[in-house]
Design a protein around this ligand. Structure first.
Ligand code: ADP
Length: 263
């Protein structure tokens, strides 16, 4: 007989993440589907996470939705803001984090957390693709590689090539002309990562950068961006292998707490 299993579903603009949490503590299962709000992503992520831990929907406790598409998912019992869920999940995944930089598919957020992991303040850039996962997805396509291969290319860069345009459309043209000029793909990848990290660092400085700094969101899977961000800020940037699930984990924790109150 297992414990109480609650579910957190983070319905992003680009990807849906689902976490099944046992007794508010242990992650029994997780799933990510690379499509988000308004797609089959939420249903598929939910089904995949359930299958991964062998649970049936009837065995589950509360389901909490968060993220950009949280209002449009009928399978949830409750919803909670992205910022609250990210703070909650990140504090669990990166103990001691005080400044959290989350780069997702279409936005960049910086959160300030209290020593107890509560959300104190945040800033967000969601007006433009520059500096987001979308920017990296576009550039990877031009370089004819998968976005997951960019970090490895960057690690083998030997010469500095800067991408000076911040606008995604102009930067795409700049990368195309760099390729035409026979610049090395590895050096271009490193330049792209510096560009993304300088945008995030600028946003973080607006809020104030207090260590421990941590990074979450799908782009935190990219070690090249994490390294460049640390170089821009001049402090180490901590990550978690589960960083993309911070919002979903936070939602599952809130669902567990709500369940405790009601029972
Ligand atoms: P959302 O804003 O939808 O919540 P996520 O935080 O899940 O988005 O981030 C999605 C972005 O993460 C994608 O646009 C992609 O650039 C990046 N990403 C996802 N997986 C990887 C990976 N394995 N390696 C590098 N980048 C990744």
């Amino acid at each position: 007989m297992g414990g109480v299993r609650t579910v957190g579903l983070d319905i992003g603009s680009t990807a849906t993440k689902c976490v099944v949490l046992e007794d508010g503590r242990d992650m029994a299962a997780k799933a990510v589907i690379p499509v988000g709000a308004g797609t089959t992503g939420p249903d598929r992520a939910f089904a995949a996470a359930l299958a991964a831990c062998g649970a049936a929907a009837a065995d589950l406790g509360r389901v909490c939705a968060t993220g950009y598409g949280r209002n449009s998912y009928p399978g949830a019992d409750m919803e909670k803001s992205e910022m609250s869920c990210h703070a909650r999940g990140a504090a669990r995944l990166i103990p001691g984090v005080r400044t959290l930089i989350d780069i997702g598919g279409q936005d960049v957020k910086v959160l300030r957390l209290s020593p107890e992991g509560g959300l104190l303040d945040f800033v967000m850039n969601d007006k433009c693709a520059a500096g987001t996962g979308r920017f990296l997805d576009v550039m990877a396509r031009v370089l004819e590689v998968d976005v997951a291969e960019l970090a490895e290319l960057d690690a083998r860069s030997t010469r500095r090539v800067d991408i000076s345009s911040t606008c995604t459309v102009f930067a795409e043209s700049e990368v195309i002309s760099r390729l035409a000029a026979k610049d090395d793909v590895r050096d271009i990848a490193a330049g792209i990562h510096r560009s993304v990290s300088s945008r995030a660092a600028g946003l973080a400085r607006r809020l104030g950068v207090e260590p421990q700094v941590g990074m979450t969101g799908g782009v935190a899977c990219n070690a090249g961006v994490v390294r460049a961000l640390g170089a821009h800020l001049g402090v180490p940037v901590a990550t978690s292998p589960l960083g993309q699930f911070a919002g979903a984990l936070g939602a599952a924790i809130y669902a567990y707490e709500e369940q405790q109150i009601r029972h």
